[in-house]
Design a protein around this ligand. Structure first.
Ligand code: PEP
Length: 250
């Protein structure tokens, strides 16, 4: 059976609840024939608006982050208990902006991964090298380390709820996209790591998304690569027409 591509939009700190509702209502008829699965991650305060606007669409609505504890004295944080009470469909973990701007480390990200799995919430785990690491030929080892640490104590059965997103840090929000060949090489390496640490079935069943300046103009070349089964889109997911175009190419 052919695996369906996943087209995921990460809205970062953009859009109000009203703008969220309008966006979802406007894009729904434009992508009604799409084959890809559509994931949208608006800011936390826009989740109720997105979930309200969702019926009638096939979208999955998720959060951009969460804490690993179910509750506690963690000012400004959001727990999985809160997200699940709202019926969100997934959560993004380990986004490069969380890793590099907010200094989240692999151990913290792994605790969140294990919490999401325990609570049966689908997750997108982001991994990717910085420009300096790429220039020092460390891409493969960075990806292996982020996978090993991020998926520590995750069992083969747990992988059913895990999506991976390869997002080279130097390509996020910069307008620089990895060439389809560069992305495919990294995805191939990630697939081999999944075979090594789990098995071939798990490796084949896992969607590996590419993220980093994806646009309507470059999405088809990326998705044509054998090991790219979807994209995680930041900037271009904020505009109805450009996101609809990307979704319809998926
Ligand atoms: C992202 O936020 O995950 C991302 C890939 O952003 P952009 O598409 O803007 O590079």
């Amino acid at each position: 059976m052919d695996k369906r591509n996943i087209i995921a939009g990460n809205w970062k700190m953009y859009k109000t609840p009203k703008e969220t509702e309008d966006f979802i209502k406007e894009i729904t008829p434009k992508v009604s024939k799409a084959r890809a699965l559509v994931y949208i991650a608006p800011p936390f305060v826009c989740l109720p608006a997105a979930l309200r606007a969702k019926p009638g669409s096939n979208f999955l609505i998720g959060a951009q982050n969460m804490h690993d504890e179910l509750e506690g004295a963690f000012t400004g944080e959001i727990s999985i208990k809160m997200l699940k009470s709202m019926n969100v469909d997934f959560v993004i973990l380990g986004h490069s902006e969380r890793r590099h701007v907010f200094k989240e480390d692999d151990a913290f990200i792994n605790r969140k991964v294990l919490t999401a799995i325990k609570e049966n919430l689908q997750l997108i785990l982001c991994i990717g090298e910085t420009l300096e690491q790429r220039e020092n030929n460390q891409t493969d080892e960075v990806l292996e380390s982020q996978i090993l640490k991020g998926l520590k104590n995750v069992t083969p059965q747990d992988m059913e709820n895990v999506i991976l997103a390869y997002e080279p840090v130097w390509a996020i929000g910069t307008g620089k996209t990895a060439t389809p060949q560069m992305a495919e090489t990294a995805h191939c390496h990630i697939r081999k790591l999944l075979i090594k640490h789990f098995d071939k079935n798990i490796a084949n069943q896992t969607n590996i998304l590419y993220g980093g300046s994806v646009k309507p103009q470059n999405v088809s070349d990326l998705l044509n690569q054998e090991n790219i089964e979807g994209v995680l889109v930041g900037g271009a997911s904020l505009d109805v027409n450009s996101f609809a175009e990307i979704v319809n190419k998926g």
